[in-house]
Write a protein of this length. Structure first.
Ligand SMILES: [Zn+2]
Length: 228
């Protein structure tokens, strides 16, 4: 879709493109862990100091099944990446959206949450408007958005408007590839509620990220837009 300009987020241009490095220290260990065990989730946080990961090696990667909680994501965290295991969805979950905003509220350097999908593609919940994200975090609790009691629909608190808005957006994008529809629907919910995030995707680790954002029409419907 040409070079549609929007908020700059250098990190989202290429995987770990921050600091003009083609790769991020710790990523090869992370990649190896994922290739060696696709049935579990692996998680790596990249911290500010020297742009190295938490411990600079395999030891800094969390491994687990399902919900690997990055308890040590801290005020130096620039980004994090985790894998979605074989058989799970590729795109970010609602709790990934929440997690990215949570990290942004704890680290002023935080750029976004990367996800390595089972098919080898990458997604990013990019913080594209930090002020909006922080404002959202001040006005909403985790339970408002994703429900800690497990009452969720597509990951959102099923009693909340987020769940309804996400479902409506998914309907609007039903003509797209399901993963694309999911990403644009998340971006639409983010747009409606001023979350300050955009969902991005790179087809592989050498491809650029493209934003799966949305454009609001005069009839209040959204259309999918894709930008470099
Ligand atoms: Zn995830």
């Amino acid at each position: 879709m040409g070079s549609h300009k929007q908020g700059t987020n250098d990190m989202s241009k290429n995987l770990f493109g921050l600091q003009n490095k083609p790769d991020m220290p710790g990523f090869s260990d992370f990649d190896k862990a994922v290739q060696g065990d696709r049935n579990n989730e692996h998680f790596l946080a990249m911290n500010c100091s020297n742009y190295t990961n938490f411990s600079g090696s395999e030891a800094g990667i969390l491994h687990g099944n399902g919900n690997v909680t990055p308890t040590w994501t801290d005020s130096n965290t620039v980004a994090d990446i985790h894998s979605h295991p074989e058989g799970s969805i590729g795109p970010p979950s609602a709790s990934d959206v929440w997690g990215a905003m949570f990290s942004a509220s704890h680290s002023s350097s935080y750029q976004g949450r990367y996800i390595m999908a089972p098919d080898g593609s990458f997604y990013c919940v990019a913080i594209t408007n930090r002020t909006a994200a922080l404002n959202f975090m001040r006005n909403n609790t985790k339970d408002d958005v994703i429900s800690s009691s497990g009452n969720t629909k597509n990951g959102f608190n099923q009693k909340s408007e987020f769940a309804d808005d996400f479902r409506d957006a998914l309907d609007q994008f039903s003509g797209l590839d399901p993963d694309d529809a999911w990403c644009h629907a998340l971006s639409a919910v983010a747009e409606m509620h001023g979350m300050g995030i955009t969902i991005m995707k790179a087809e592989s680790k050498t491809q650029p990220f493209k934003s799966k954002h949305v454009i609001k029409m005069s009839n209040s419907k959204y259309i999918a837009a894709e930008c470099e």
